[in-house]
Ligand binder design. Structure first.
Ligand code: PLP
Length: 402
């Protein structure tokens, strides 16, 4: 008897933890040390979880052994609701769903929405879970281009040209993974205007909303469109450096009377997975009400700020590489000039880099970018490690031919 994966998976692609990982694992098993610059996991790079969150979780652990309400414990949902009320939004505890990370909530939200063949507008490049989950739900991911020449902002004309009568929703990832773009108000408003005119649900992935550099300001989609049904996704993984806790939330805002049936479906999916991990739910109130702030890391002089600067400067020093300065999040998405370096297959490039230099990055096509001329690197390692790694990438590229 041979067991085969479901046909439902045949078109699903998720490269961040993709096949190159097997090679990285094999190298480590053979005794090599591999610099893993593929997943945005702050804990791997010496970022500690804030002490007050850990202590609060430990304190609550003896009371966190039972299932909770499917949407989540009230104290955490109240803390989340207050976070968005402070932005001027009308949010009630019943509008908040807690999940095992934003990932689970993205999956639930998309599953509950799509019929077979329904289309979702998703950025290219994207955080590829959006595309994978849409495909798995029987939908069609339609990628709108973000424009590298314009700070990686979404190309609104391209987005509008791709709207059809099957388009159900538009995904906004702001600040963006992988580009680090933070969208100005006019861009967010432009997307919302399209959603308004074409009756689309807005799915706003704002997991990096506090990870901002320089003068970047985050404009939450929900606060600019109280007249639209907006689902905002955020959580503790990045801002609070506790990705392993698996703790996130989804907030529904706007005219919920137009989404009554959808919300019943979402509620059913929430109850089918019983509840999110309870101890991690207890971390939410401590995090959101706590004293610690990521500003210490993102402001000038802070570790993340310095690393972002080093990554951007050193990448741009490599002949044939150019990189737009990230204004938020934890990544850079440099371009490899095809006139200088001939790369036809960027997965092969990433694998060759891994085998030769023991550095693991992710190819641009893994983010649904249409051509093999980009890769994503984390800005999480210490500045000296980043500088050394980027130096090695530069030397590797200088002699690399495909
Ligand atoms: N959304 C974006 C844009 C991300 O980059 C990530 C993780 O890297 C997630 C969602 C998932 O985060 P979580 O750990 O909350 O599942």
């Amino acid at each position: 008897m041979e067991f085969r994966q479901s046909n439902k998976l045949s078109e699903v692609c998720y490269e961040i933890r993709g096949p190159v990982i097997e090679h990285a694992n094999a190298l480590e098993e053979a005794g090599h040390s591999v610099l893993r610059l593929n997943t945005g996991n702050p804990a791997l790079f010496g970022f500690e979880a804030p002490e007050e969150i850990v202590q609060d979780m430990i304190r609550m652990l003896p009371r966190a052994h039972g299932y909770t309400d499917s949407r989540g414990i009230l104290s955490a949902r109240r803390a989340v609701a207050q976070r968005y009320q402070a932005l001027g939004l009308e949010v009630d505890v019943d509008d908040v769903f807690l999940g095992n990370g934003v990932s689970e909530l993205i999956s639930m939200a998309v599953q509950a929405l799509l019929e077979d063949g329904d289309e979702v507008l998703i950025p290219a490049p994207d955080f590829p879970l959006w595309t994978a989950v849409t495909t798995l739900a029987g939908g069609k991911a339609v990628h709108y281009l973000c424009d590298e020449q314009a700070e990686w902002y979404p190309d609104l004309a391209d987005m509008e040209a791709k709207i059809t009568d099957r388009t159900k929703a538009v995904v906004i990832i702001n600040p963006n993974n992988p580009t680090g773009a933070v969208y100005p108000k006019e861009i967010v408003e432009g997307i919302l205007d399209l959603a308004r005119r074409h009756g689309l649900m807005v799915l706003a992935d704002e997991i990096y909303d506090q990870i901002l550099y320089d003068d970047a300001v985050h404009h939450s989609a929900a606060s600019l469109a109280p007249d639209l049904v907006v689902l905002t996704f955020c959580g503790l993984s990045k801002t609070y450096r506790v990705a392993g806790f698996r703790s996130g939330w989804l907030v529904v805002t706007g005219p919920k009377q137009h989404a009554k049936d959808y919300l019943e479906g979402l509620t059913m999916l929430a109850s089918m997975r019983l509840c999110a991990n309870a101890p991690a739910q207890y971390a939410i109130q401590a995090a959101l009400g706590g004293r610690q702030s990521i500003r210490e890391l993102t402001a000038p002089g802070g570790r993340l700020h310095e690393q972002r600067d080093v990554a951007w400067e050193k990448l741009n020093e490599i002949p044939g590489i150019s990189c737009v300065k990230p204004k938020g999040a934890l990544y850079a998405f440099p371009r490899i000039d095809p006139a200088v370096h001939k790369i036809h297959d960027d997965e092969r490039f990433v694998l060759d880099l891994l085998l030769r230099e023991k550095i693991q990055v992710v190819q641009g096509t893994g983010f649904n970018w249409p051509s093999p001329d980009h890769f994503r690197i984390l800005t999480l390692p210490h500045a000296e490690d980043l500088e050394a790694a980027i130096g090695r990438i530069g030397r590797f590229l200088s002699g690399y031919r495909q």
